[in-house]
Ligand binder design. Structure first.
Ligand SMILES: [Zn+2]
Length: 137
């Protein structure tokens, strides 16, 4: 899925094995605010991501950083052994914890993507290992 391949590299996240893309996100937003990029350049969420955001995602705590509307969603996709090629959508953190509890062994990774249903802004936030550390996932 294209939205899962950010242009900029991520940084090690707070959890072991996780990758954080918030710095890349901030840089991209800065380029929009400075006029280097237009809203059309970055607000390009694909139909499938919008569908997941609308139907199977949690509402973000903050408003969209691009359009300011309160339509930001956090979509989560789990990839790894025995998961669908396009990733398995998990609607909530509790569903993710259930999935982690059912699957043993390493290899599952959760991609969290924020997507705005209003302007179609989207960005990968982080990639975290699933399972093993379910208590604080
Ligand atoms: Zn927006």
């Amino acid at each position: 899925m294209p939205f899962l391949a950010p242009e900029s590299g991520g940084r090690p996240g707070t959890e072991p094995g996780s990758v954080d893309y918030r710095f890349a996100r901030r840089q991209l937003l800065h380029r929009v605010r400075s006029g280097e990029l237009t809203q059309a350049d970055v607000c390009d969420a694909q139909h499938e991501l919008l569908r997941v955001g609308r139907n199977c995602a949690q509402r973000a705590r903050h408003d969209c950083p691009v359009c300011g509307e309160h339509e930001l969603r956090l979509a989560r996709f789990v990839f790894g052994p025995r998961m669908p090629a396009g990733g398995r959508v998990v609607a909530s953190r509790s569903e993710l914890l259930k999935l982690a509890a059912r699957t043993s062994g390493p290899g599952l990774r959760c991609y969290t993507v924020e997507v705005c249903l209003s302007c179609r802004w989207n960005h990968l936030l982080d990639i975290t290992p699933v399972g093993g550390r379910a208590g604080d996932a």
